[in-house]
Write a protein of this length. Structure first.
Length: 127
């Protein structure tokens, strides 16, 4: 059981590393480490497939929210090849978290992400 739990937690750590990568080169590397080739990402604002498109969605989030980083809230729950977790987008300046969400991921055999289904639980007015 702990090995399976570690598998989900490790996938989420890599996922958040990708979302927190500021520089394009680092983002390319972290996206490739987190997502399987041909992996996808879907939320209310985006539906993309492949490392390049996923990296572009992450870059757009950084442009929209400069000086913010993503952090896990609560615990990662998983079974079979599926895990769910919640996160928030936190201001490095004042600690506020105007955006929060919950994601469900499916993993490939190598532990990288095949799909992400993201839900936005809290968004700022006008966003």
């Amino acid at each position: 059981m702990p090995a399976n739990t570690d598998r989900y937690e490790n996938a989420v750590v890599r996922y958040l590393e990708a979302w927190n990568a500021q520089e394009p080169e680092a983002r390319t590397k972290t996206v490739a480490a987190a997502w399987a080739v041909g992996g996808g990402y879907t939320d209310p604002l985006a539906e993309v497939v492949g490392h390049e498109q996923i990296a572009a969605v992450i870059a757009a989030a950084h442009e929209r929210f400069p000086g913010f980083s993503f952090r896990l809230t609560g615990t990662v729950e998983g079974h079979h090849d599926t895990a769910r977790f919640s996160w928030e987008l936190v201001s490095e300046a004042d600690g506020s978290a105007p955006v929060a969400g919950s994601d469900v991921i499916t993993l490939a055999g190598d532990g990288r992400i095949r799909t992400v289904l993201g839900f936005l639980d809290r968004v700022p007015a006008g966003a």
